[in-house]
Design a protein around this ligand. Structure first.
Ligand code: SF4
Ligand code: SF4
Length: 374
């Protein structure tokens, strides 16, 4: 695991990315091979919003692959919006201009039985899924996640970034099939990770996101850090430690620990401890026998709500909601909390930061009580 202080000044950044890649590239990237580079391209947004992997990090990775004589593909399946607009507004199209690289959206899925692939481990429930063809067929994957908070999953780091290899509308379908239990969703994410196993992962934590991410509801936060590892889990565990969290706080780390797939982590470089990073304001509580579960859910679990002042009634959230829990009557939005699975896709989709987290009264009272006991 390598950690480096860095910046988006290209000369320095390229030097850092080349250093990390050369240290981690133990023969993966060789002439004639196809290398998939997978950034986080969630939506069209300028780099200052910290929603997507910085385009110059992608450029440096492409230059490294080209220098090795391999064939780079830069691909993702964005959650929201047209790919052409995303690569224009994030600056990625400009950053890669003049380089011999394929920049495209995943469109083709292949159904794969994980248990037959030899790449899964005992104990994982998700056995079959459809993943992007290029991700399955590439000789090697370089995963380039962004360090961001995530209202459903706590944070989106290296493991979660691979969810972008689930193509298009199959993403909301995953949310719907798995439901609102973040531990179940984490199992699905670990299954995808085991299946794709990127050879190299480099996390963009130079301009990170805190608060109610991963979309326009989050707040950019300068951390100035790059992390690289062959094992994506090493990055995810190290980020938790850097932010003063137990690694198990992240549901994917918890699943991985239970499966026994997290090894010892040795860090090359210095990591500065950050104790005031703002985590999402969501709580996901689904427990108890089914009779009481609904009462707990209604009274303790955070839920999305529209901010009337910011909402432009554009329907992006209505269209993306996998549970069909949002309706627009032309004057305001209405949420059906019986149907809502608390996936916060609506928040990711909203271009105006108009989805807020609402905490039921009982939940607020509990928090106040527990704070007064500290
Ligand atoms: S309302 Fe939002 S959080 Fe609830 S299911 Fe729909 S997209 Fe997910
Ligand atoms: S996406 Fe945002 S602005 Fe558009 S309808 Fe939903 S809450 Fe309103």
């Amino acid at each position: 695991m390598i950690a480096r202080e860095s910046s988006y000044e290209y000369k320095r950044l390229k030097n850092d990315i080349f250093d990390i890649l050369s240290a981690l590239d133990t023969g993966f990237i060789v002439a004639g091979k196809t290398v998939l580079i997978k950034p986080n391209l969630l939506r069209a947004a300028p780099v200052e919003q910290a929603i997507t992997t910085h385009p110059l990090i992608v450029r440096a990775a492409v230059e490294y692959v080209l220098q090795k004589g391999a064939r780079p593909l830069v691909m993702d399946s964005p959650g929201i919006g047209k790919f052409s607009r995303i690569i224009r507004e994030t600056g990625l199209a400009d950053a890669l201009s003049g380089l011999e690289v394929t920049l495209a959206e995943f469109t083709d899925s292949v159904k794969i039985d994980f248990s037959l692939s030899g790449r899964t481990v005992d104990g994982l429930q998700v056995k079959v899924a459809e993943l992007a063809r290029e991700a399955l067929e590439a000789d090697c994957i370089i995963n380039l996640p962004k360090l961001k908070t995530h209202m459903q999953m706590g944070m989106t780091l290296a493991v979660k970034n691979l969810f972008g290899c689930v193509v298009g509308l199959r993403k909301p379908q995953w949310h719907l099939n798995i439901g609102e239990n973040s531990d179940h969703f984490a199992e699905g994410l670990i299954s995808i990770y085991m299946m794709l196993r990127p050879s190299i992962n480099i996390l963009d934590g130079i301009l990170a996101m805190e608060g109610d991410g991963p979309g326009t509801g989050g707040t950019p936060r300068q951390l100035g850090v790059l992390m690289g590892a062959n094992d994506a889990l090493e990055i995810d565990v190290t980020v938790c430690r850097m932010l003063g969290l137990q690694p198990d706080w992240l549901p994917t780390n918890k699943v991985a620990r239970k499966l026994g797939i997290i090894g010892d982590i040795n860090v090359d470089g210095t990591i500065t401890q950050i104790n005031d990073f703002v985590m999402p304001s969501t709580t996901s509580l689904v427990f108890g026998p089914s009779l009481t579960r609904n009462i707990v859910r209604q009274n303790l679990t955070s839920r999305p709500a529209g901010n009337k002042k910011l909402c432009k009634l554009c329907n992006e959230c209505v269209n993306i909601c996998p549970a069909k829990a949002i309706t627009n009557d032309g004057k305001s939005l209405h949420f059906d909390y019986e149907k809502c699975i608390r996936c916060y896709c609506c928040s990711e989709a909203c271009p105006h930061g108009a989805i807020e987290v609402q905490r039921p009264l009982l939940s607020r009272l509990f928090s106040r009580l527990s704070r007064s006991k500290d």
